[in-house]
Design a protein around this ligand. Sequence first.
Ligand code: SF4
Length: 218
Amino acid sequence: MGSELERLHARIRACTLCGLHATRTRAVPGSGRVPAEVMIVGEAPGFNEDVKGLPFVGPAGRLLDTLLRQIGLSREEVYITNVLKCRPPQNRDPMPHEAEACLPYLRLQFKLVQPKAVLVLGRHALERMLPGVGPISRVHGQIFVRSGVAFMPCYHPAAALHNAALLDDLQKDFDRVREYLDRLLGEERAEPEEAAVEPGPEPTDPEPPPEAEQLSLI
Ligand code: SF4
């Protein structure tokens, strides 16, 4: 599995499928281990990530590390990536055709990681991964179960860096992820044959509107 991931990362580093390859310093495939219980998906690399070729390494990354630590997880235990693997110039919003070109990589990563929970960080990642569920201000902290995998939208750590209210929401949302995992793992230990039953604090699995574009990660 590890070498499969390395081969995928190498493909991403050499990718020229959209115009962002011309302006990137380095592509940012992702980091962490596979398989992993928790997968974290942000929007796109920023300045620091583009320079280093690693996801979430600037101030937002340090906040993410702190949030993970507070729920007993480390960066090494999860898998972290973005919807877009290359930085849009001046951190502009990703364009739909760029996200489309890049999505196959995210699907392959999802298959390798086999997560139990996916944290969807920020508005753009939410729009791509859970289209039609509502704005992040309303749905953050909710759990949307898709084929047994829990997807939870959260504010992007970069948005919470200078906003105490958002930071408070983000910490509470991470606490819910911990609760969800604890409940899930507890049920798996107690009744392994029922591990496929959807657990968690009031998970919601609304039918997406027919017009909504689907990521089809699964
Ligand atoms: S953003 Fe994705 S599709 Fe575009 S060049 Fe980078 S890796 Fe390839």
